[in-house]
Design a protein around this ligand. Sequence first.
Ligand code: GLN
Length: 194
Amino acid sequence: SPLIGVLALQGDVREHLAALTGAGARVTAVRRPEELAEVEGLVIPGGESTTISKLAHAFGLLEPLRARVRSGMPAYGSCAGMIMLADKILDPRSGQETVGGIDMIVRRNAFGRQNESFEAAVAMAGVPGGPVDGVFIRAPWVESTGALAETLAVHRGHPVAVRQDHLLATAFHPELTGDHRVHALFADMVRTAR
Ligand code: GLN
């Protein structure tokens, strides 16, 4: 099975490692460029995208991440990770950079303060067996997508799961539910890219 890394700078790293293991992948934490070079796919976890962005820069990982994504390494981002895979943030904090790769504009904390956290059933294309339990925690939504980005799920009128070729992003956190179907979809993408 493929070796999939989880970017381990900040966020819910352990939960993604467990979900990937549950989906049958081999896993490893990625903090250094040498570790990134060894993985066949990468998950960027949920957490705080401004912090992940700053730490990726400080650890010398931002350019290596961009290079690997450009050259076809499959990547999956949940929540803050979705923001990291967006080509553009509508309302970035100053200095906040993304890895990019998905032709979309995201709005941070879009679902609103009074609804900082909620769960909703989300039907997601490419995930068989019925809706997933979407856990939204100060989640972004996708404001707009370009021609190459395919919307896989919509909630309250906004895309919340998007795929572009080898890249996958969800505004919600399947890693917190014990349901490994989204991670299984990603592990399949990694196997296909081999
Ligand atoms: N609001 C966070 C951000 O903008 C994302 C929250 C999350 O990952 N649960 O980075």
